[in-house]
Design a protein around this ligand. Structure first.
Ligand code: SAM
Length: 331
């Protein structure tokens, strides 16, 4: 590793290592970050499903994206302190085909999904689980597991050739734990690594038989083209621009086919906006500049601006993070 990166890596270890192990296990899998409803995590699972099974599950894929949108909408509604009676009124309006319930305007993608759902209709449950006194209780886990159960069922009898996948900056198996729970793990020869040893310990405790290792994205411990695919979420913004460019080069070096990379803080501007915080970064990355780095190694880079994608596909205009982008780079 180049000398000037050593100082940065020590700082990154210090920044992530300062957190309590228990907190690292849970803080990135809650609320809008919950991979069951986070659109970028859903897209990553779909990326893997499509590499394994082609277009076979196209309908499920669309329905799971709708599920993610609707639970995100409900979380925002709950933040406005809507009452349980208010939620029931939304359900009544949906059943009556109306687009408004008291003060709540119901987005088109909610009514459209509601109208298209057969039994069981999870939206009925989502709007009526709260006890009448309060909505200040979490959405029950069995509802958040709606698509987990569906994927488990549909994948149960499936066969496919295993694909090798690497995930740099895997945290405490934040995404892998759902890949496993959704019965996708058996199709993958998976390697996850993270700079923070506490994260690796958490991941190994949860999955003693899966390859989780301590590792640095600036010098990935693997030969060229070692993996068919790579996916990565929310790591590049935390590196200096020089380190980010080196990390992209490393990720492309070890990947034979495609990289699916999620960014949480990107924009269409021409320059990166560099923001150092303590020993790490929270940069706002230029989409064009970052794409150009991938293009040095990839034959084709597809850019998905999550907000624009959801607007065009579902007419959804209320996504919470306008800076979320996913790149799919083909080597
Ligand atoms: C914001 S977290 C994202 C974790 C996980 N990918 C997710 O989306 O939930 C960033 C992760 O990158 C890891 N990380 C930071 N710098 C790294 C490096 N140089 N090499 C490998 N992992 C790194 C951190 O330890 C942390 O777990």
């Amino acid at each position: 590793m180049e000398e000037h990166f050593k100082w940065e890596i020590n700082g990154l270890k210090r920044s992530w290592g300062q957190y309590d192990q228990e907190m690292l296990r849970s803080y990135l899998v809650q609320g809008v970050e919950d991979p069951r409803i986070n659109i970028q995590s859903i897209l990553t699972r779909h990326f893997l499903i499509e590499r394994l099974f082609g277009e076979q599950f196209a309908e499920m894929i669309e329905q799971e994206l709708r599920f993610g949108l609707i639970v995100n909408w409900l979380l925002r509604l709950l933040d406005t302190s809507v009452s349980a009676r208010g939620l029931h009124a939304v359900l009544d309006s949906l059943l009556d085909g109306k687009d408004k319930a008291e003060e709540v305007k119901i987005p088109g993608y909610v009514s459209e999904t509601f109208a298209g759902l057969a039994v069981p209709n999870y939206i009925c449950d989502l709007l009526s689980w709260a006890p009448i006194e309060s909505t200040d209780v979490p959405i029950p886990d069995y509802l958040l597991k709606t698509f987990q159960k569906i994927w488990q069922e549909v994948l149960e009898g499936e066969r496919a050739e295993r694909i090798s996948v690497v995930e740099p900056g895997c945290g405490s198996a934040n995404d892998y734990r759902f890949i496993d729970a959704y019965s996708m793990g058996r199709f993958l020869d998976y390697t996850g690594f993270d700079l923070c040893e506490k994260n690796v310990r958490n991941a190994k405790q949860m999955f003693p038989n899966v390859r989780f290792e301590a590792g640095n994205i600036l010098e990935i411990d693997a030969p060229d083209y070692a993996f068919n695919y790579c996916f990565i979420h929310d790591v590049f913004e935390h590196l200096s621009v020089e380190a980010m460019e080196a990390a992209i080069s490393e990720v492309c070096r070890v990947t034979r086919q495609e990289v699916c990379a999620g960014f949480f803080n990107m924009y269409s501007g021409e320059e990166h906006v560099v923001k150092a915080v303590d020993y790490y970064h929270r940069n706002k990355l230029s989409m064009g500049r970052t794409k150009a780095i991938f293009e040095q190694y990839a034959s084709c880079v597809q850019v998905i601006h999550i907000d624009a994608f959801l607007k065009s596909k579902f007419n959804c205009s209320d996504t919470h993070n306008k800076g979320a982008y996913t790149f799919v780079a083909r080597m």
